[in-house]
Design a protein. Sequence first.
Length: 127
Amino acid sequence: MKRDIIQTDNAPQAIGTYSQAVKVDNTVYLSGQIPLVPETMELVEGDMSMQIHRVFDNLQAVCHAAGGELNNIVKLNVFLIDLNHFPLVNEIMASYFDEPYPARAAVGVAALPKGAQVEMDAVMVLP
C-alpha cells in the first residue's frame, strides 16, 4: 500500500503526531481542522460563523493540496461544543458544497483543542 502525506502551508500545521492528510490510492483522509489561522496558528477572531468558515477554508486548502475540492468529500464529521450551532453549520456548509452533499455526522463534544468551538475531519475520494 502506497501512502502519500499531504501537506500545505495554506492550512494550519499539525499540532501533534499526525499529518494534515494521508492519500491512499484515490482516497484522502483529512485530519481534523479547527479554526486556526494558518499564518498565526491562533484561533480566528470573531463569532461562531467565523470559526465555521475558517474550518471549511482550512479543509479546502488541504483538499486542494491533495488534488481535490471540497465537493470530492464523501464523508464529513463535525464536532461541536454546542449542538445549538448545528443549523449555522448547515447554512454555511451550503455555501461551500454542491448537491449531492457528503455523508455526515455531527457530534456534541465537551472540549476541543485550543478552546475551539468546532472541528471537522473528512474523507475525500479523488475522481
